[in-house]
Design a protein around this ligand. Structure first.
Ligand code: ATR
Length: 282
């Protein structure tokens, strides 16, 4: 990598950030595009977050930052402007610096829709079941709403959090008690795991796949490990299984374009680079 006096800088900030695949992904695209640019990880404690962002935003050579846990809500709060997606989701994963102003966006919803694209969901006639009601679920529900999904079923262990998402952004969503999720699964054309269940070292999300619709789409937001119990169960029951890595790539593409003013190249593909990196973790 060559750094010059004109190198454009962007990065990802979180606490911690060492696990992030974004630097690998972005530097792969920077090299493939031949850009004079760099993308770095910035671990920053919550107490320093706002000073750090405001300081970086003062330099014209810094294009912006991706933001990961636990700073996504704080990122939205400190921004001068925010997109409808960031406002609806209540969190930002992308900050861009424009002439001294900080703009907040959230590309997680776009990433989710990009991951599902190859399966060609018929959103206008689809019943989607979203399991979970944390930050990830909120982004996925927002994506389903913007894609015109006909019916959204929302189920979470703690029902009040699902009620809160419905109240705030999806008043037409049907709330399903957690113990009734298998019955909802039988109705669904699209099943989404937005819980943290299935993460390496944790417990699996338990579902009765025997009732699920064959040919339905199953998506897991968890990608460590890549083949979760959820995706294995879905595949064995004849559903189309889509892993969370494609959403990670899909949310990074609009960030790359916002930082560097050009689309992330499709060749050489970035997925094998990430699979290689995950090989040591999954
Ligand atoms: P994120 O912002 O990444 O979505 P989060 O806000 O911690 O993370 O949400 C984690 C989700 O996984 C929640 O929906 C959580 O359910 P609760 O709201 O009831 O806590 C869900 N989850 C985590 N552990 C779970 C478990 N053992 N059983 C069922 N759901 C679980």
């Amino acid at each position: 990598m060559r750094i010059t006096g004109q190198t454009r800088l962007a990065g990802v900030t979180g606490d911690p950030v060492a696990h992030s695949l974004s630097p690998l992904m972005m530097s792969h695209w920077i090299a493939a595009s031949g850009l004079d640019a760099a993308y770095l990880p910035f671990p920053v404690a919550p107490t320093d977050f706002s000073d750090f962002v405001r300081g970086l935003a003062k330099s014209p050579s810094v294009s912006g930052l991706n933001v990961t846990l636990p700073h996504k809500e704080a990122a939205l709060a400190l921004a001068d402007k925010a997109t409808p997606a960031a406002l609806a989701i209540g969190a930002a994963n992308l900050l861009t610096f424009r002439g001294g102003e900080i703009h907040a966006d959230n590309t997680d919803a776009d990433g989710f829709l990009a991951a599902l694209e190859p399966a060609e969901p018929d959103y206008g006639n689809a019943i989607a079941l979203v399991l979970g009601a944390g930050g990830a679920a909120r982004a996925l529900v927002h994506a389903l709403l913007t894609s015109g999904c006909a019916t959204i079923l929302l189920s979470n262990r703690t029902r009040s959090r699902a009620d809160a998402i419905a109240d705030e952004i999806a008043p037409e969503a049907e709330i399903i008690d957690w113990q009734d999720r298998d019955e909802a699964l039988a109705r669904a054309d699209l099943v989404v795991n937005a819980t943290s269940l299935g993460l390496k070292g944790g417990s699996e999300l338990e579902l009765d796949w025997s009732a699920a619709r064959k040919g339905a789409i199953a998506f897991d937001s968890v990608y460590v490990p890549l083949r979760t119990g959820f995706l294995r169960g879905a595949e064995e029951a004849g559903l189309q299984a889509i892993d969370g890595l494609d959403m990670l790539i899909g949310q990074a593409r609009p960030s790359f374009a916002a930082f560097f003013g050009c689309d992330a190249p499709h060749d050489p593909p970035v997925r094998p680079v990430l699979l290689d990196a995950l090989g040591g973790r999954s």
